[in-house]
Ligand binder design. Structure first.
Ligand code: APR
Length: 241
């Protein structure tokens, strides 16, 4: 396998998707066991769906909380955490995952682009999002104890914008001095703006890698593609960096 070279000038930006958590037992979105299989995306992961049937949305996210709460980071997460330990502020992780496994694996320089499954916020007032691991009983919609409005998962739904400061942090990291290496892991490259990071990295002269179990929609944009499971491939790439 080709080696991912990291030297004293290298700045490593890692982007992860659901594939990096698959070996921890968390379903991906678009695989055959896809999470969306039994729920039309629009109904359970969109502002319209929440307006239409907030109890269904909370049932979907309560199920995901139940499914993720006992999962542990796998070898792929641990390799990514080791890269942060070695590189410090020359490392940044942008994840599309909301399962919290990267922090559990030890990463701290993490941008959770799509929010976090175990965080809730009020859909009406601007109280700060708060940690919430509750699996709400089917048919219920929790209310804000400050304004009485509906609470919602602190997740970026389809049709919603990512936090501008999250995107800025990624762009800022990519454009700083040094030898940029962009490594995408376990993502189908189907959802923007994350799917476009590879193009930005290339425009900045970065070396771009994809580690994925299957070819990705934006796979053609990467200099290197290593096909395989992240839990197998990342420890090998780490060993040679
Ligand atoms: N190792 C590496 N890659 C894997 C593994 C594995 N063990 N298992 C699955 N994969 C790959 C699949 O081949 C697939 O290309 O991971 C990718 C997962 O793709 P998706 O299910 O589309 O997940 P993701 O790319 O994270 O989706 C992006 O879309 O549904 C929205 O907001 C949601 O964050 C999500 C976003």
């Amino acid at each position: 396998m080709e080696t991912l070279r990291i030297d004293e000038r290298t700045r490593l930006l890692v982007l992860t998707g659901a594939g990096v958590s698959a070996e921890s037992g968390i379903a991906t979105f678009r695989g055959s066991d896809g999470l969306w299989e039994n729920h039309p995306i629009e109904q359970v992961a969109s502002p319209e769906g929440f307006r239409e049937d907030p109890a269904l949305v909370w049932h979907f996210y309560s199920q995901r909380r139940a499914g993720a709460k006992d999962c542990q980071p796998n070898a792929g997460h641990l390799a990514i955490s080791e890269w942060e330990r070695r590189l410090g502020d020359r490392f940044l992780l942008a994840t599309q995952n909301v399962d919290g496994l990267h922090r559990q694996a030890g990463n701290r320089r993490v941008v959770e682009l799509h929010g976090n499954l175990f965080t809730t916020r009020c859909a009406r007032c601007d109280r700060r999002p708060f940690e919430d691991r509750t699996e709400y009983p089917e048919g219920t919609v929790p209310r804000c104890d400050e304004c009485g409005g509906r609470l919602r998962p602190h997740i970026v739904w389809f049709g919603e914008m990512l936090e501008p400061e999250d995107l800025f942090r990624v762009e800022q990291f990519m454009s700083e001095e040094g030898r940029l290496v962009f490594l995408a892991v376990g993502t189908s490259g189907a959802v923007w703006p994350a799917a476009g990071f590879v193009d930005e990295a290339r425009e900045l002269g970065g070396e771009t890698w994809l580690v994925n179990a299957d070819p990705a929609e934006n796979g053609g944009s990467f200099h290197r593609f290593v096909r395989g499971k992240s839990g197998d491939v990342l420890p090998i790439l780490l060993e040679f960096t």
